[in-house]
Design a protein around this ligand. Structure first.
Ligand code: HEC
Length: 239
């Protein structure tokens, strides 16, 4: 056993332990840190892939298909970090772990495939996939830039409506608890605990006004502008 053949599995095991984190650690971490951890996972997996490919005998390497593999892995990783998928995965620990393992697989594939195509290419393709995850720390590629989001949320927020949390509690029990559970604990719809981390007040208001299916759009109609503000105000208090 040479050093390389020990290093690759060790890195892979450590990275997998990190990828399983949502199973044993619940609670919220800031979104940028979350993406940074994705980058670490992909970096670990890509490095392991490079080392594995490097430990093969030289004559068993090369082949154009490996270049294609190395090129497509980052593209698929980009799709995995798509915002709607992402928020779903984030709500379900097993889905979240599946997403992590998917990202690791793609990181590994990028490093391994590139290195099998030609010595050194694995580092380029591995770095490419990690750079993408690092960029997403600042919101690149996973959604509109943060500044745009705030501007959109502000333009949608209703002027002058300041939330009445007691009223919001009642409205929530009437309109939302069927799906989100009593106190927002979760049910058919995702848990809304710590929602303020994911959606600050203006974003929560904007979401309630314009939710994505299957969540019903109740504004305007069932809910008034003031109701939306009250509901959003209440949700922000959940933890
Ligand atoms: C028919 C079931 C249903 C009802 C009723 C419902 N929701 Fe939802 N809600 C969902 C589902 C499903 C999602 C996840 C949608 C997604 O992520 O694409 C969601 C997502 C949300 C989110 C965003 C969670 C996140 O990921 O940040 C908020 C906030 C929310 N709902 C608030 C409310 C409020 C307030 C009400 C009552 C006015 C309500 N919902 C009523 C099903 C429902």
């Amino acid at each position: 056993m040479n050093k390389r053949s020990i290093a690759a599995p060790t890195i892979l095991v450590a990275t997998t332990a990190l990828a399983l984190a949502p199973l044993y650690r619940s609670g919220d971490i800031p979104i940028p840190l979350h993406h940074a951890l994705h980058a670490v996972m992909m970096a670990g997996a890509a490095l392991a892939g490079i080392l594995f490919a490097g430990s093969l005998a030289r004559e068993r390497r090369s082949g154009v298909p490996w270049l294609l593999v190395a090129m497509f892995a980052p593209v698929i990783a980009m799709l995995l970090m798509w915002p709607s998928q992402y928020s779903y995965f984030e709500q379900h620990p097993y889905g979240h772990v599946a997403e992590h393992l998917g990202l690791m697989f793609l990181g590994f594939t990028a490093g391994y495939g590139g290195q099998r195509y030609a010595n050194g290419i694995g580092w380029a393709s591995g770095m490419g996939i990690v750079a993408m995850a690092v960029l997403s720390v600042w919101g690149y590629g996973v959604g509109p830039a943060a500044a745009t989001k705030v501007a959109v949320a502000k333009s949608l927020a209703l002027p002058g409506a300041s939330p009445n949390v007691a009223q919001g509690t009642t409205l929530f029990a009437q309109n939302c608890a069927v799906c989100h559970g009593v106190g927002g604990a979760g049910g058919e719809g995702p848990s809304l605990k710590n929602e303020r981390v994911r959606k600050p007040l203006p974003a929560a208001e904007a979401w309630i006004e314009n939710p994505a299916p299957p969540m019903p759009k109740l504004y305007p109609g069932t809910l008034s502008a003031q109701d939306v503000a009250d509901l959003a105000g209440y949700i922000e208090t959940l933890r």
